[in-house]
Design a protein around this ligand. Sequence first.
Ligand code: AQP
Length: 334
Amino acid sequence: MSASVATPSRSRVFSGVQPSGLPHIGNYLGAFRNYIAMQETHDAIYCIVDYHALTSTHDAELIRLNTYEMALGLLALGLDPERATLFRQSDRPEHVELSWLFATVTPVTWVERTPSFKEKRRNQPEDVNHGLLTYPILQAADIAIYHAKYVPVGKDQAAHLELAREIVRAWNARYGDYFVEPRAVFTDSPIVKGTDGVNKMSKSLGNVIDIFAEPDVVRKQVMSMVTDTQRILRTQPGRPEVCNVCQLHRFFGADYEVIWDGERTARTGCVDTKRLLAERMIDFFASARERRAKLAAKPGYVEEVLRAGAERLAPLARESMGECHARMGLGPLR
Ligand code: AQP
């Protein structure tokens, strides 16, 4: 990396992705596009947040595998370890220490009201673990420990980012200005709907279109997409504004207006539009798929990138923790 991590000449961005599954189109359109763009313009730090994934997955092998796959996927999509720092959250345990320190200035009501907690409580009623409640505090720590100013995320993360700002503000008010209040950065597709056409595309809901799946799997996923539910007959004009397939065409071709018009006037049917979308998505990610295969064939490459990333961040994480200890009264008499 050209700029030193401790004294960046450009403003810093941080974002994390959970290894709770494989990278999907929602991740890409909502967040990864910005990860890749912002590595050119900012001091960029990206993290595979395996501590976070433990709140929903308790399969050790799966978490390790998904961590590897997520890192490999990001590198294949264009994340460049010479331009950005990529690391695994559990390789920098200072995040967890800071989350505890932040927890001591965070009222319980702030985390209880988080929409994602309520959602997870509904979606995994058999495993409402304490980590789900404190998840946003760890997320605030992930960002604040590196003093990141910008956080490229999907819109589903907006409430967490707002909470991170409040937590930082609460800590700064008590111990003096030190941490930066982070701001969310969204793409022009901040919420991508899943194949069900209703919910956010989400690994845990299984309504995803995978980026690196075999072309036949991608075709199957796209063909399963729910379109305009009021369009029953092929000859009936559709409503492209509510059709998820039409909306996704905006990002995979230069003829969105033509697709829109075809659906609106019933010149094209849903099946035609889906077939076209599937082929375009497969083409769009073809070079990333090739790069993924090449990188996967380099033994130890991903692990080396993650290890180097975590090492590069050590001085900054330690500096933040040292400052917290000093300001919060931890350690020996001074
Ligand atoms: N459907 C989406 N539209 C826009 N942005 C999205 N992101 C995820 N899904 C969409 C953004 O991708 C980044 C990484 O997300 P994540 O995998 O860490 O967590 P998530 O938001 O919880 O994604 P999933 O797929 O829904 O995971 P599970 O099912 O495990 O909870 C984030 O910036 C996210 O906003």
